[in-house]
Design a binder for this molecule. Sequence first.
Ligand code: ADP
Length: 204
Amino acid sequence: MRVIGLTGGIGSGKSYVADRLAERGAVIVDTDAIAHEISAPGGAAIPQLVAAFGPGILRADGAMDRDAMRALAFSDATAKTRLEQITHPLIREIALSRGAAAQASEAHPYLVYVVPLLVESLAGHHSWRTLVDRILVVDCPVETQIDRVIARNGLPRAQVEAIIARQASREARLAAADDVIDNSGTLADLLAQIDRLDQAWRTS
Ligand code: ADP
């Protein structure tokens, strides 16, 4: 079974593409969803998060306080590293075990890992490069990303720009890509590209 790593900047259209690939029969393993699971009440990362940051990092319901953690990681590089040391290996381990189960079941034509930080991972010890057959980048101009995130989340423009500034550059993502979806156009343009890739991946 072919294994795809799908990535792209915030607002590029990753989730939209993953949803359409799922409709076409792909099995999707979404690392963002796993990140939420492990920091939900009773989640696998909660004990280590409390050990590292204290019980104050939890909300009343026992979930990680994402706003507090985001603010801490933003202002304190050591805290950010610690958070990543706790969560990234767990996310990866869970993602790979779900991917392996999907491969063993042979129920799907191909497997897609959605990994927002795939390109950021390439320089480190836990690179996704060797875990996927092809890296698919969903690409669009930064201005388009900003417009789509503002329309989707209502975030202030400066906040969206700050998030984008912390992510890999558009150029770095394109340099790592085996396949590129150009999502600078309409949804119809996007769907046509999704159909082409779906056909290519299921037939070869
Ligand atoms: P990501 O998962 O990469 O952050 P999304 O898939 O959520 O991005 O896409 C961002 C927003 O832009 C969503 O609201 C999505 O429906 C919308 N969108 C994506 N592609 C297009 C497009 N080609 N035209 C118009 N809206 C789009």
